[in-house]
Design a protein around this ligand. Structure first.
Ligand SMILES: O=C(NCCCOCn1ccc2cnccc21)c1cc(-c2ccc(F)cc2)cc(O)c1O
Ligand SMILES: [Mg+2]
Length: 214
């Protein structure tokens, strides 16, 4: 039977990227998505903004909601200091299987813990299951209608501290209007918008960076 797009993306990584070289994995995925098949990775343009936010923050404890094929996982993990940890959550088992291999090809498996399941089930278990106190940085890139409820859930579970940075993908396309209203107009965040484009296209999209005020 026909292969899946994530399987073809992984083949492109294994063909064109060098084992243990995260940048070559990132470049191979971007080339595949730009010249062969579009895929919903954060992409190179928004990815550069993600890189600058992570580099400035130097986070120890990172949560990513939405692994997909592991592109943003590799982008983030390659910038983390030794000892820092990234937990990435993926709902789709087929995506998770591909992501594990992409992360391994980049040589970043020691910094990354990929967990399969739903955010609403796993967020309440972060502390007891992973020994996490609070996160320094959260990248939201999963179901767009889960950004707001999961942000409130992370607040309620005490997973955010004064200064925790939330970075949300796709705030314009597909869009997360309820989440934007909450972080921009609510009392709990200092928020700013990084205008960009939907990955590999000319359509507008952007990232919203929101600092929890505690
Ligand atoms: O849908 C998107 N991402 C989400 C995937 C499922 O995530 C499910 N998922 C992953 C962990 C996880 C944990 N708990 C529950 C659900 C959980 C997504 C979609 C587009 C897009 C833009 C324009 C189009 F015409 C078509 C698609 C672009 C993006 O950058 C995206 O990120
Ligand atoms: Mg996205």
């Amino acid at each position: 039977t026909r292969s899946t797009r994530p399987q073809r993306l992984l083949k492109a990584v294994q063909k064109h990227a060098t084992r243990g070289d995260p940048q070559s994995v990132i470049s191979a995925i971007d080339h595949f998505c730009r010249h062969s098949e579009w895929a919903m990775n954060v992409g190179d343009e928004k990815g550069s903004i993600l890189d600058s936010v992570v580099s400035e923050l130097n986070p120890e404890k990172v949560l990513e909601l939405g692994t997909y094929c592991g592109y943003s996982t590799v982008r983030i993990a390659r910038l983390l200091p030794p000892g820092a940890r990234l937990i990435t959550l993926e709902f789709n088992a087929d995506y998770a299987a591909i992501a594990r291999q992409v992360i391994a090809w980049a040589g970043l498996e020691d910094k990354v813990q990929l967990v399969e399941g739903a955010s609403e089930d796993w967020i309440p278990r972060m502390k007891e299951h992973f020994g996490i106190e609070t996160f320094d940085f959260v990248f939201l890139d999963h179901w767009k209608d889960r950004y707001l409820p999961d942000t409130k859930l992370m607040e309620d579970c005490g997973l955010l501290r004064k200064g925790t940075v939330l970075l949300a993908d796709n705030v314009i396309c597909p869009g997360v209007p309820d989440y934007l209203e909450y972080v921009r107009n609510g009392l709990f965040y200092k928020s700013c918008y990084f205008k960009s484009h939907l990955e590999y296209t000319k359509a507008e999209d952007g990232l919203e960076k929101s600092v929890f005020l505690g």
